[in-house]
Each structure stands twice: as C-alpha cells, then as structure tokens.
Design a protein around this ligand. Structure first.
Ligand code: NAP
Length: 405
C-alpha cells in the first residue's frame, strides 16, 4: 500500500525508494540455513547500526518456506510468503531443500517463477586472501545475468515411454518429419524474445549504471540456432534499438579498440567462454546468458573465487528482488555451526547495494576482506589456506563485526 511505513516504493525504471526504517522479509532456510542466517543477520545489523547510528534500521520479518513452512502450515511454500515478498519488494533467503515426493520440482525455481524474478544475478569478484585455483585470481571481476524463468528450466518434460512423450514423438515424426526414437524422453526448450530481451536490458542498464566496460552475450548459437542463436541476435537488436548512443558492438570498434566510453556489446559461444573465464577473465565484466548456461557458468566462476560458500546471488524482476545463497542446504553440516556464512553475507552486501545503502555494503565487504586476510576462516577455506585459523560459522560472523570500522 502506498505510503505504508517500512515499505519500499518504486521510482523511475523500478529503482527502489527505501524508507529509513525498512521492513525486509527473510526465509531462514533448511539444513544449514538457521546457522548461516544467525551469523549473517548479526553482521547486517551491526553494519547498519555502525553506519547510521539509529537513523536507519532494517526490521526483519520472518516468512516461512521449506521444512519450517511445512511443519507450521502444512505447505512448503505458503502463499503468504510470496505475498510478503511482493508487498515489501526486497527479501533475502537461505537455502531451501527440495521436498521429496511433494510433487514440487524445486522451491527455489517456484519462487523465481511465481514472482517473475526473471534475472538471476551472480557477482563473482575475487576477495584478496581467498584461496583460488587461478594463478591471477585478482583479474576476476564479473557478474552473471542468467535468464531465470524459461529455457530447459521451464520444466516441460516427460519421461521416456509415457503416453505424453509418445504423443510428442509421434507428432515430431509424423507432422514435422523428424527422426526421433520412439522410446525417447522429451524436454522442451522455450526461449522468447520477451524474456531474453528484458534480461539483456537489465544487464546493459547494470553495466551503464556501474560503469562496467562490456556486456557479453553467452550462447550456444552455433548449434542451437533458433533458441540460443536468437538470444544473441535479440541482444544485439535490443542494444541497437534501446541504447544506440551508449553501446557499441565489438565488431564496430575502431582499430585501436577505443570504445569512447560506450559499453561494448560482444558475444561468445558457451564452450569457448568456459575457457575465457579461466584464461582471460579480465576481458569480461557483465555476462548475459540463457538459463542452463548460466547455471553451469555461475558455479564454475564461484570456484575461481572461493567456492560456493563465498558465492552470493540475487533473483530480480521488475521492482522485486530476492537475494539468496547460491549453495544448497548442505545437510551433512546442518546444526554444526561449521559452514561458511559468506554466501548469505555477500548476498546481503548485494542487497544493501541494491537498496542504495552503500555505506553498509562497503563496510561489510571491507570487514569480510580483512577477516579473510587475517586468515580467520571456516573449514572450507581453512582446508585450502596455509596457516589458517579455522573458526565456526558464528565465530566467523563475530570476527567480521569486530573488523568493522
Ligand atoms: P549443497 O547443499 O550446495 O552442498 C554441496 C557441497 O557444497 C557441501 O557438501 C559443501 O562441500 C559445499 N558447500 C555448500 N554450501 C557451503 C557453504 N556455505 N560453505 C562451505 N561449503 C559449502 O548441494 P547439495 O548437497 O547437492 O544439495 C542439498 C539440497 O540443497 C538439495 O535438496 C538441493 O535441491 C538444495 N539446493 C538448494 C539451493 C538453493 O536453495 N538455492 C541450491 C542448490 C541446491 P564439502 O562437503 O566439500 O565441504
């Protein structure tokens, strides 16, 4: 409701207008979720308090999903949870397990699709001191924009030899003249200009707002011409039509490569791009890609900068955003106060940046970096770092708070 206290309003281009006393719904998450959330929220509150001395505050509002949702309401994803995210416009969540036998493919996918959070954003920036398999990890500073609601993830598929699969196979053989084995399983890969373009539009705006030098369209269009190849073509079309004076196509750059302050739009084939992120990461900044490519690429990139425990994420739609840990519920560590809370803490950094509370995002980022440089880390980084002081999840959070200036 307009003007209700604590609620974010929307400005031009759906940018959030944030009240000083803001209400933010959170899902604690399953498995390691409670451990991680406890450590993370303490870090968030300490940073807000330190940055604004009471002038601004976050009022956290728990909403239910996953095991806790099921235990308390009988539902894995209660409708009120989705309504709260819609009403308050920004939320944050821990990992959610996939209920077995509940007829639900994935709660995370359901949240993204039901709230139309069409862009999954994963920043991948090296934090000095974090163990990395790369020789020059400081060259890694990319952000993945992954299309979030269609492609093979639309979930349109049928097992082999079921009446549905047989019907589709017969249609393909008889009506479309395709050679498909009768005993095939079938999955459908829908990709539309509408969903591709709004994702690419958000990626280009992000690059322009934050002065990133390029946006790379990552696709498998050499083989999948009318889906992934079209993604590339729609991207170039959109840049030409909507950002003609602010972007330039790589092929149109002058011989000296000077883009004249414009964002360079380029494209790479997915398999080649997996090499590029290892060998020449500094040539890339914003990456926009279809759903499945984005899934693989984000985890590969996370491995370059400390692994899943250090990988933040956000799912963003028009004026609605849910920030989340990239990893799952890591059940073997549940309740052990051992896991790395870095993924949710860095998702919080992304969230405060999105809210425009840059003092908070900067303070947490700096304190986290200092803690890691002091070699105070959880088990996952300790096993890769010589001379590390291994601490628990909660202790890592406390060390970050102590390092805030
Ligand atoms: P996972 O929970 O991500 O855990 C796999 C492994 O990744 C862990 O055993 C651990 O490796 C490492 N890891 C994960 N989180 C970490 C952290 N915070 N700090 C350090 N290391 C971390 O994947 P999974 O076991 O395949 O999935 C478990 C459940 O989570 C499934 O139900 C799945 O559907 C769900 N899931 C949810 C999300 C989400 O909520 N966004 C995402 C993925 C999966 P080591 O054992 O080597 O230490």
């Amino acid at each position: 409701m307009a003007g209700e206290p604590g609620i974010i309003q929307l400005g031009p281009d759906n940018r959030p207008i944030v009240p000083d006393q803001v209400i933010i719904p959170f899902i604690e998450g399953d498995g390691v979720g409670p451990d991680i959330w406890k450590a993370s929220v303490a870090v968030f509150d300490a940073a807000v308090k330190k940055a604004y001395r009471g002038k601004r505050a976050v009022h956290w509002m728990e909403v239910l999903a996953g095991d806790k949702g099921h235990a308390r309401t009988g539902q894995w994803l209660p409708a009120e949870t989705l309504e709260s995210f819609k009403k308050y416009r920004v939320g944050i969540k821990g990992p959610l397990g996939t209920p077995i036998g509940g007829g639900i493919r994935s709660l995370n996918v359901a949240i993204r699709q039901k709230l139309d959070l069409y862009a999954c954003i994963r920043p991948v920036k090296y934090i000095p001191g974090v163990p990395s398999p790369l020789r020059e990890p400081e060259k890694v500073n990319m952000i993945v924009f992954r299309e979030n609601v269609e492609d093979l993830y639309a979930g349109i598929e049928w097992p082999a030899n079921t009446p549905e699969a047989v019907k589709v196979v017969e249609f393909l053989r008889k009506e479309m003249g395709q050679q498909v084995r009768m005993d095939s399983a079938i999955g459908i890969k829908p990709m539309s200009p509408f969903n591709s373009k709004r994702l690419i539009r958000m990626a280009i705006r992000w690059a322009l707002d934050r002065q990133y030098p390029s946006v790379t369209l990552v696709h498998k269009g050499n083989i999948l011409k009318f889906t992934e190849g079209a993604f590339r073509d729609w991207g170039y079309e959109l840049a030409r039509e909507e950002f003609p004076s602010q972007t330039i196509r790589e092929s149109e750059l002058p011989p000296d490569g000077n883009a004249g302050g414009k964002v360079v739009i380029k494209d790479r084939i997915t398999d080649a791009m997996f090499q590029q992120i290892l060998l020449r990461p500094d040539e890339y900044s914003v990456l926009a890609m279809p759903n499945l490519n984005g899934d693989y690429m984000s985890d590969a990139l996370a491995a370059e900068v400390g692994g899943l425990g250090m990988a933040p994420g956000a799912n963003i739609g028009d004026g609605l955003a849910v920030f989340e840990a990239t990893h799952g519920t890591a059940p073997k560590y549940a309740g052990k106060d051992a896991i790395n809370p870095g993924s949710v803490i860095l998702s919080g950094v992304l969230m405060f940046d999105y809210l425009g509370w840059k003092e908070v995002s900067g303070m947490i980022q700096t304190a986290l970096q200092k803690t890691i440089q002091d070699k105070i880390v959880t088990y996952d980084l300790a096993r890769q770092l010589k001379g590390a002081i291994e601490v628990k999840c909660s202790e890592f959070g406390r060390a970050i708070i102590e390092n805030m200036e």
